[in-house]
Design a protein around this ligand. Sequence first.
Ligand code: ADP
Ligand code: ASP
Ligand code: MG
Length: 408
Amino acid sequence: MALIVQKFGGTSVADLERIRNVALKVKKELEHGNQVAVVVSAMAGVTDQLVGLVRQISPLVAPEALEEYDAVVSSGEQVTSGLLALTLGEMGIPARSWFGWQIPLISDSAHSKARIHDIKTDAILQSLKTGKVAVVAGFQGVDENGRISTLGRGGSDTSAVALAAALKADRCDIYTDVDGVYTSDPRVVTRARKLRKVAYEEILEMASQGAKVLQTRSVEMAMNHGVRVQVLSSFSDAEGTLLVDEEEVVERRKVTGIAYSRDEARITLTSVANVPGVSAKIFGPLAAANINVDMIVQNITEAGKETDMTFTVPRGDLQRAVAAVEKSRDQIKYKSLHSDATVAKISVIGVGMRSHVGIAQEMFEALAEKGINILVISTSEIKISVLISEEYTELALRSLHTAFGLDG
Ligand code: ADP
Ligand code: ASP
Ligand code: MG
């Protein structure tokens, strides 16, 4: 008998009919003679609504406010876990709901983006042994103080993979509203192709560069614990995408996927003194404000005395970032500050980059051909990212998809 963890995202549990469809997927797995633990997200749109309610009351700066944020936004998953357990029961399948604190799934206290520390499996394993399907509310845990935590947006993926690792499950199936991982977001790039297999490192880069099909931490978790993860559709029986080690990907290609993120904003400081320590003066206050700086580029003037510094931050942090830099203006001594929240980041990703040269050149040429200006560039061993004006996002994605021979 195998133990399978199945995870169903928001669209898959969006209404009672879809919850029934999910119950049938669970039933099918049971009919194969397997034990099943299910992880569910909130109904589509519910978490956004809950976040909206909280924001109407609180600017979320105080730590206590984030504790209550988690108390509120975790509730969507509680509803769906109860509804699915009820639906299974009505179908004659014994099941019970599990909330984060009941398992318990213990996290740190970084409310709104908590990390999992430990999952106690005794109670849930005991319940599975009695033949009950475990229906776990994703996205939530409990911290050491007994406060409810949430794992960051899209965090149910991480709940599922972490649970699969803790239960030593044979498989973790992530059911969503597309039937696998594609070469690019299939909702934007209609010619995107489904990948049968994708290397952990590639999907990790794709996720961290904006492809929301899996939460980045869920991929890290799968990689570190060797969890066998599959991404597949709730709405069809099509074969999905398997996450595998790099050596297992047989199809050799230069570029595997293209991701984009609109969650970007750019800040440029002009005429900063080009002296040792100036970068620390700029980025220190941003780190202190817990703002994540991503891309950085520096242009030194001919005389070498001054430099323009451009960097990117998450769009939602732009105002706070500008405030933090302006507060340190006397120490940094820049001439002017310009910010722009209408930028997007496009990334081409592939382990093939380790063995192919000239991919950056091909990328820049494809963008130049469409008249798309590159604002900032950053690279890693298997990724090249460019910052462009947001209005060209779709054009850039589609052009690069064609240029790298990915069109289906
Ligand atoms: P769920 O609610 O099931 O967790 P998400 O909306 O979080 O679903 O993630 C699925 C979505 O990810 C898809 O609808 C698709 O638009 C988007 N996506 C972005 N990049 C990709 C990609 N490379 N492959 C597949 N889907 C992608
Ligand atoms: N419901 C949560 C969200 O919308 C978690 C998830 O769907 O994975 O972010
Ligand atoms: Mg998701």
